[in-house]
Design a binder for this molecule. Structure first.
Ligand SMILES: CC(C)(COP(=O)(O)OP(=O)(O)OC[C@H]1O[C@@H](n2cnc3c(N)ncnc32)[C@H](O)[C@@H]1OP(=O)(O)O)[C@@H](O)C(=O)NCCC(=O)NCCS
Length: 165
């Protein structure tokens, strides 16, 4: 099984959109209600790249099956060494080590950019993502209760943090 990581290219937008929209419709991993259009997703990705933030994709046997990125945690200047990241893997490719390689690469890139800490904001129901982040040393540093509302129920947001050396 060959997994390659490379920077995002415009041609990857549709597969990223498909993964995002699957999670919007079927999960609480994203707090959106409505699926995104191609243009909306492309603008989100272009904006991150324009700000010098990385967007990376994972290819399994030559096919894009996941992606990762980070960008500002909050916008005030003093937050400039802190980023919020996300990692998504196609639902048919979970458990093959793809998320792990993506997050490892994001951590390397964040260190190379001189960043100090990474934050993942994860829905409390998303146990697999919480377990996944714990494997990398992320610690739960806060839970914002009933901060989301989706699928007719309140959702808690778990803030997980990794301090980069
Ligand atoms: C969370 C997610 C990115 C993990 O990606 P993945 O490719 O399935 O995970 P990997 O196969 O790389 O697993 C990496 C580690 O996490 C652990 N892990 C992954 N899924 C897990 C699960 N459901 N339960 C427990 N541990 C899990 C694995 O055991 C593995 O540990 P190991 O290296 O000690 O064996 C993926 O499930 C996903 O895309 N989920 C939906 C979107 C999401 O929630 N993203 C996170 C928001 S930031």
């Amino acid at each position: 099984m060959k997994i390659d990581i490379r920077p995002y290219k415009t041609e990857d937008t549709q597969i990223i959109l498909d993964i995002i929209n699957y999670n919007i419709v079927h999960s609480t991993a994203l707090y959106d209600y409505t699926i995104r259009s191609y243009e909306q997703q492309k603008n989100i990705l272009d904006e991150k790249i324009a700000k010098q933030f990385p967007v990376i994709v994972a290819e399994l046997e030559g096919k894009v099956v996941g992606f990762g990125m980070y960008s500002e945690f909050r916008f005030r200047e003093a937050y400039k060494y802190t980023v919020e990241h996300s990692v998504y893997v196609d639902q048919n490719a979970h458990g093959k080590g793809i998320g792990k390689i993506l997050l490892q690469e994001l951590i390397i890139l964040a260190k190379a950019q001189g960043l100090h800490t990474m934050i993942g904001v994860i829905d409390a129901e998303n146990k697999s993502s919480i377990d996944f982040h714990e494997k990398f040393g992320f610690k739960t540093v806060g839970i914002i209760k009933e901060s989301g509302y989706k699928f007719d129920r309140w959702l808690d947001s778990v803030f997980m943090q990794l301090i980069l050396e």
